[in-house]
Design a protein around this ligand. Structure first.
Ligand code: NIG
Ligand code: FE
Length: 421
């Protein structure tokens, strides 16, 4: 007898805890240490993990009465709820018409320069009301939860006016309070130069800094500020200006860095002590070295490279060997990655980034939690952490990456509640 649990998940064939790294993200060799307990169990009270270990030991410590819900994991794999640290969740419309253009060889930046791409979605998002954005976002979040994502970052960036950016961030806020998936909001006002500022990028940068950022900060609508630092979009200097202002206003920083052209976004992320530098397909050797010596997490988005039909994936192996803390995300958005399944991302990461299955597990749990400042609460299964976990219909954790394109989620527990299964 002992503590009273209201939920017990027991007899997991592999209970993957990823424990012990809530203070610092995992690097190098540590990435493969994922803390597997065979025949494992997790006990929960009030949404929080109160005991974890081999089933027999956990059951010994507990008082289990009829009010305790029991899930028999039946020899299957149990992981911490997946954390997706980079999504563009809230937008209107879709861009399937770009498929033919991309197949014909038109580049992502070329489509954007012609007023399509992100700017297409900006037109649709400006025309949509907040409720319409919430409805679309809810549908995508339902899909994500059903595929094992329990915490996600969500960016604005398809409004690009003060009011439309605020509308988007309020949609994110509403989704966060009404949907089981926990969201972390990022302001990405500097995502593209909107049509009305064509040829006048500095004017738009001023709008972002002088009007959007203060309003976002005052209303407490975002925790992070991000910039799409890219050739023909925002320069390194414009990115620095925007992020310095954001930091002054109390926001934490992220950068879309070195995605298509090696501009120096990753170096800037290190210079500004950004929480994360994201994409990094074209990261230079120097920036990999700098990232390895920094606290900035590299968020890699291999589903984007796949959907862009790119040949060059982010240099994940060189990063891991240089001590960079690597996380993985979906980049879910209507253009470069209409993918919101972390299982798909995990399968691509093994095959194209050459990350080992164990490294992938760390990169979608504790390291992705670090990439959004949530590692103290989620990202691993440990006493005192939020009871977010997923039972997968798999005999071994490697089976999750080996199988590809089938949703293997059987049960999802979010804050101690069974939300799927
Ligand atoms: O992360 N690169 C910029 N932003 C997104 C794509 C947005 C879009 O194409 O709608 C990205 O890839
Ligand atoms: Fe992105």
């Amino acid at each position: 007898s002992g503590k009273k649990a209201d939920l017990l998940v027991r007899h997991a064939g592999q209970l993957v805890t990823v424990a012990g790294h809530s203070v610092h993200p995992k690097r190098g060799q540590e990435l493969t240490e994922i803390g597997i307990i065979s025949d494992g169990a997790v006990a929960v009270s009030d949404g929080v993990i109160i005991a974890i270990g081999p089933t027999a030991e956990v059951e010994e410590q507990l008082e289990i009465d009829d009010s305790c819900k029991i899930i028999n994991a039946d020899g299957k794999v149990v992981l911490p709820g997946l954390v997706d640290p980079h999504t563009h969740l809230v937008f209107a419309g879709s861009r399937e018409h770009e498929l033919e253009m991309k197949i014909a060889g038109m580049g992502y930046l070329e489509i954007l320069a012609r007023g399509g791409g992100i700017l297409d979605t900006v037109r649709a998002t400006r025309a949509a009301g907040r409720e319409e954005l919430v409805q679309a976002g809810r549908k995508y979040l339902d899909q994500m939860l059903a595929q094992g994502t329990t915490t996600a970052e969500a960016k604005s960036g398809y409004g690009l006016t003060v009011e439309d950016e605020i509308k988007t961030l309020k949609a994110i806020q509403e989704l966060n309070t009404t949907h089981p998936v926990d969201l972390v909001a990022t302001f990405l006002g500097a995502h593209a130069i909107p049509a009305e500022y064509k040829g006048e990028p500095d004017g738009f940068v001023r709008l972002v800094m002088a009007e959007m950022l203060p309003r976002v900060a005052r209303e407490g609508l975002a925790e992070f500020c991000d910039v799409f630092c890219e050739e023909g979009v925002f320069s390194v200097e414009q990115t620095r200006q925007i992020l310095l202002e954001a930091r002054k206003l109390g926001l934490k920083l992220k950068i879309h860095a070195d995605e298509i052209v090696s501009l120096g976004g990753a170096e800037l992320a290190v210079e500004l002590k950004a929480t994360s530098a994201d994409h990094l397909m074209e990261a230079s050797d120097k920036s990999i070295r700098l990232l390895g010596q920094s606290k900035t997490v590299a968020v890699l988005l291999p589903a984007t490279t796949f959907c862009l039909m790119g040949k060059k994936y982010a240099p994940a192996r060189a990063m891991i060997d240089s001590g960079v803390a690597v996380a993985l995300a979906s980049d879910f958005n209507p253009g470069s990655s209409p993918v919101n399944s972390m299982q798909i991302v995990m399968g691509i990461a093994c095959r194209q980034l050459k990350m080992n299955p164990a490294e992938v597990i760390s990169a979608v749990t504790i390291n992705s939690a670090h990439a959004i400042g949530r590692a103290a609460e989620v990202g691993s299964l440990e006493k005192g952490k939020k009871a977010d976990l997923v039972v997968f219909d798999a005999p071994d954790y490697r089976y999750l990456m080996y199988r590809f394109g089938t949703n293997l989620v059987e049960t999802v527990v979010k804050a101690g509640q069974v939300v799927i299964g």
